[in-house]
Design a protein around this ligand. Structure first.
Ligand code: MIG
Length: 799
């Protein structure tokens, strides 16, 4: 091999020398693949679309291996309409949107748009290489470049300047702002250079790393301890398009049951039965809305999964049915460890059918977790996933409504805190050690669970919650960010963490509200609930030895405010659910960093403590104690204070009032926002009327909002069983025209009318016409300049 070698200390684990791909010997186009043969091996450039290019490297004489991890969905993306121009030093490859230059002397790729503007390029001295089992890519780091994505990571919104490891890890203590890795591995990166963006998805499930400008200011780099170098370069004119393409590759969230967007109450652990009932009753007595109660490990008999502790929960079916009468859905925790107990049926079955993880010589891998010594299902086998999924029927038969997957990194009580790396996974015959499958364990368990729940009742959308995961986890499960702590700093770091998870395809995410470990307090819980109002997944959870942190635990003053905010969550549910639908359709997150909406505004590039909910609601949580105001950045345009209606011109910082009972919320002028009636739980009562708020402004001449609605629980939406309405208006000097268009109407709406509130209408209308007929269904309030009009919803016909 005629390779140049370089020394690079970027792994921070000592110096490494690498074989670096250099000279192009030969190339060949086969369908949608351009095969390159170089002195050091082969590289396949597989075009999926004119914007998505997969780069796969093979060492030496090896054939290119096109297999993917289970993160990548079966897709039919295939693009072969590219041209190749052989120039002296370069190969020039063109698609309908990209020009790619391949350096023939020293391999590197450069990506340009068709106007010859550089989008991104490899490091020109060493672009691809390997060292032993390690495979690695180096990329040019642009001076102004920012990085987003990478899923569940600590730190600020912009991930530049740090090195990150992808290795699912149970991280209880220490858990600080620099802790890395955490529970999930999402090797997806968004590069953003002054408004230009691209994505890189590194499809490798081994332990991988991203050094984003720590070791060098010239280049950034990602690498893996094994497997192959296989990444997707994703071009797009903005970050939204990149997320769409990334989720074309790794899938999107199916719509969850609507109740799972409600408030969840949990703790480690509510038991016995009487305590669960008491908690539930308290919510209803106090009229604090709550949809879901979680049962942590104490509901089980000796922590044996899929069993009940018969002393503490003698009649689970009765308990669950009583709770369900009262609107509560119960979610039970499941750990992957199966107690090694010859009298335990699940263990017997696992042994009998060869479902547990073993070493190569056939010895079982046994390790301690909560139940004591355990065996671990090998989720890489299709029959194991099926078997495991079917076990849930025992719980569902009793009335359990959702499953919470914990300890699935897997977390083990051992020095490394996880499974022995030499354990072998069967993977339906394509065996590999735990090094290869570690990061996939939670994803595959998630798949087993989701599919098991769906098999049990194909009419009901499953609800699954997970701690560990890999790219693609959004297809099966909501994600919570594990064992945070009841410290203010954890409230602060939740904001950019959740935003980056959203950018990484994981829409349905949240942190333990109030903090898991350590003792919370009234102020902290209140502020966390205020943030929680807009977190896609809203659950209050805390650890075993800590003081209670239910909404009423810290006295009346806090309880009042917390109630107000949980109620407000239910007011926002129609809007949130609508955004969930958008996420299901296009991958666009619910909780969005401002840079997603304002990519031209530099002030948003690392704005880590504010976010948007959709494109018109801006939220600035308070994450420090003792505050009564905070600085808020408002991007361009006019913004109206959600609480007071006061209007602000954007592109500047303001000091917003934020006493304990207020979280600053701003609505973009011109926006339309639906608000639903408060209920104790989703579906408690029929929604009679939906409120539509129109935030008028003299400067904004038009606005629109597209609302998706369905039954919130079945899969009928996949067969068109939904309703879409578009509300729009034109605001002229002398008149205002409001339209409702029905774009789909296969779902019978619950409510019969809209209450439309035109805010900031500075003149009382002389006449209001509905469908050309003069109406008296309106009221104008001179004081707050609000016009209310009631319109029958049922009359609107499909366009
Ligand atoms: O070793 O089930 O992150 O939410 O309460 C701790 C007990 C195991 C860790 C989870 C946490 C849960 C706890 N679990």
């Amino acid at each position: 091999m005629n390779s140049s070698e370089i020394i690079d200390s970027g792994s921070l684990t000592g110096d490494n020398s690498y074989f670096i791909f250099s000279e192009l010997v030969d190339y060949q186009k086969e369908g949608n693949v351009l095969f390159l043969r170089l002195t050091e091996g082969s590289i396949a450039l597989e075009f999926l679309t004119s914007d998505i290019l997969r780069v796969v490297m093979a060492k030496g004489d090896n054939q290119v291996d096109f297999s993917s991890t289970p993160a990548v969905v079966d897709h039919t993306l295939n693009y072969n309409n590219f041209s190749i121009l052989d120039r002296t030093e370069l190969l020039e490859v063109k698609t309908e949107s990209l020009k790619i230059l391949i350096n023939k002397k020293k391999f590197s790729l450069s990506f340009y748009d068709l106007e010859d503007k550089l989008i991104h390029q490899d490091h020109n001295d060493h672009a691809l290489g390997w060292s032993g089992d390690q495979v690695r890519a180096w990329k040019k780091l642009e001076e102004q470049e920012r990085f987003y994505g990478l899923g569940e990571k600590t730190g600020y919104l912009d991930k530049r300047g740090r090195k990150y490891t992808m290795w699912n890890t149970d991280t209880f203590n220490p858990h600080v702002p620099s802790t890395d890795p955490l529970y999930q591995s999402i090797p997806f990166l968004i590069g953003f250079n002054q408004g230009r963006s691209y994505g890189i998805y590194f499809d490798n499930s081994y332990q991988t790393y991203f050094d984003l400008g720590l070791n060098s200011k010239e280049y950034y780099s990602f690498w893996s301890e094994g497997g192959k170098l296989d990444y997707y370069f994703i071009n797009g004119s903005n970050i939204k398009e990149i997320i769409k393409s990334y989720t074309d590759l790794t899938g999107r969230m199916p719509l969850p049951p609507k109740w799972s967007l409600g408030y969840h109450q949990s703790r480690y652990s509510y038991h016995p039965e009487a305590e669960v009932r008491e908690i539930a009753q308290k919510f209803r007595e106090k009229e604090i809305p709550c949809d879901v109660i979680h049962l942590d490990i104490h509901y089980m008999d000796e922590y044996k999964v899929f069993t009940w502790d018969e002393k503490e929960f003698p009649q689970p079916k009765q308990m669950l049915s009583d709770l369900s009468e009262d609107g509560f859905k119960v979610v039970t925790i499941i750990d992957p460890g199966v107690k090694k107990d010859p009298r335990y049926k699940l263990y017997q079955e696992g042994i009998k059918h060869d479902y547990f993880c073993k070493y190569l010589d056939g010895e079982y891998y046994i390790a301690k977790v909560w139940p004591g010594e355990c065996s671990f299902p090998d989720f890489t086998k299709v029959e194991v996933r099926r078997w495991w999924g079917d076990q849930h029927h025992l719980l569902l038969d009793q009335g359990v409504k959702g499953i919470w997957n914990d300890m699935n990194e897997p977390g083990i009580f051992s020095k490394t805190s996880t499974m022995d790396l030499e354990v072998v996974h069967d993977n339906d015959g394509d065996m590999g050690t735990h090094r290869r499958f570690h990061n996939l364990y939670g994803l595959l368990e998630g798949q087993a669970t989701y599919e098991g729940l769906k098999r049990y009742n194909s009419e009901k959308r499953p609800f699954v919650l997970t701690r560990a995961g890999f790219s693609g986890i959004q297809r099966y499960s909501a994600v919570w960010t594990g064992d945070n702590r009841s410290f203010w700093i954890h409230l602060e770091l939740a904001i950019p963490m959740l935003m980056n998870m959203g950018l990484s395809g994981i829409t349905f995410c949240g942190t333990d509200v109030g903090g898991f470990a350590d003792n919370s307090d009234g102020e902290l819980l209140t502020r966390w609930i205020q943030l929680g109002l807009f977190m896609p997944f809203l659950r209050n959870h805390c650890a075993i030895n800590n003081i209670n942190q239910e909404p009423w635990s810290f006295g009346k003053e806090y309880e009042e405010i917390i109630r107000k905010y949980i109620k407000l969550r239910y007011r926002f549910l129609t809007h949130l659910y609508n955004l969930f639908y958008r996420a299901h359709q296009s991958g666009l997150p619910v909780m969005r960093p401002l840079v997603l909406e304002y990519p031209e505004d530099e002030k948003t590039y690392n704005l880590s403590d504010q976010f948007m909910v959709g494109d018109s609601v801006l939220v600035a949580p308070v994450y420090q104690p003792d505050r009564s105001e905070r600085m808020v950045y408002l991007p361009k345009g006019e913004w109206q204070d959600f609480w007071t209606g006061q209007s602000y011109q954007g592109q500047k910082y303001i000091i917003a009032k934020a006493p304990l009972d207020t979280i600053p919320i701003f609505i973009k002028a011109g926006a339309i926002l639906p608000l639903s009636p408060v209920m104790n739980y989703v579906g408690e009562e029929k929604i009679e009327e939906l409120e539509l708020n129109i935030y008028l402004s003299g400067d904004v001449k038009e606005g629109s909002y597209r609302l998706y609605e369905d039954d919130g629980s079945s899969f009928a939406y996949q067969q068109g069983g939904y309703n879409i309405r578009e509300f729009s208006y034109l605001y002229y000097t002398d008149r205002l025209e409001f339209n409702i268009d029905s774009l789909a109407d296969d779902y019978q709406l619950e409510y019969s009318s809209y209450l439309i509130k035109f805010r900031n209408l500075d003149l009382e209308p002389s006449v209001v016409m509905i469908d050309g007929v003069k109406s008296d269904q309106w009221q104008y309030n001179n004081g707050n300049l609000e016009l209310k009009v009631e319109i029958e919803a049922s009359k609107i016909e499909l366009k």
